[in-house]
Design a binder for this molecule. Structure first.
Ligand SMILES: C[S@@+](CC[C@H](N)C(=O)[O-])C[C@H]1O[C@@H](n2cnc3c(N)ncnc32)[C@H](O)[C@@H]1O
Length: 208
């Protein structure tokens, strides 16, 4: 097993302990982007950026949840340079790397398992790749994304396929749709870690 694959195994086994997750990403921050893109062929940032830019205007306000080192925002800005992107992440070291990209309007240290410091109906689009998953942020926190998204705004999530079914994401999205709180615009399986054969569910929701 490669170093990068071993890292992914470790994340899944952290059991959702906030301090362990923080420590893990602090240690990984300086090589994370290279390790995941070159090491294991990560596609989440590209998939989510493409899906968001297809659905928002050129100067849209976007929230990147669990922005990490900024891979998603760099992709977004390459496609739409005038987007105004706010990032939030649990890990200082990851945010420091994100700052270097200069792709963000603002970067905030915060925990998605707590309420976001944003008014209702604030964002034109929300994106999150690799964050709503095993041991990180659970399905019920999608409700908070719906709260801060403007009506009709796309909420684009890349969720590892094992978590999509196994951790209740699919069931929770169905519930929110039945309750009329969002609409599922697209939900499909996509290659996620090209070098390890792992897939994700790419999910495009529209806030009600
Ligand atoms: C696999 S990385 C994905 C980073 C980025 N979205 C990307 O596509 O490269 C997961 C990120 O989620 C962050 N994270 C984990 N739990 C979090 C939480 N509860 N609130 C906010 N961010 C969290 C980690 O610090 C890490 O930067």
């Amino acid at each position: 097993m490669s170093h990068e694959e071993a890292q992914l195994e470790r994340i899944v086994n952290l059991g959702g302990d906030r301090h362990k997750i923080l420590e893990f990403y602090e240690d990984w921050a300086s090589t994370y982007a290279r390790d995941v893109v070159e090491g294991i062929g990560y596609t989440g940032h590209v998939l989510t950026a493409k899906a968001v830019t297809a659905r928002v205007g050129p100067e849209a306000e976007i929230l990147d949840v669990g922005c990490g080192t900024g891979l998603v925002a760099v992709e977004l800005k390459q496609r739409r340079p005038a987007l105004r992107i706010d990032g939030i992440d649990l890990t200082r070291g990851m945010l420091d790397e994100a700052e270097e990209t200069q792709a963000y309007r603002s970067l905030v240290l915060g925990d998605m398992n707590h309420p976001l410091d944003a008014d209702d109906d604030t964002y034109d689009g929300i994106v999150s790749s690799g964050v709503f998953t095993t041991g990180h942020v659970g399905p019920e926190r999608i409700d908070e994304l719906v709260r801060v998204a403007r009506p009709g705004a796309p909420i684009v999530l890349a969720i590892r396929d094992t978590a999509w079914e196994g951790e209740g994401f699919s069931a929770h999205v169905d519930l929110l749709e039945r309750q009329g709180r969002l609409r599922v615009e697209e939900s499909r399986r996509e290659p996620y870690l090209l070098k390890t054969g792992v897939f994700c569910q790419l999910c495009v929701l529209a806030a009600a």
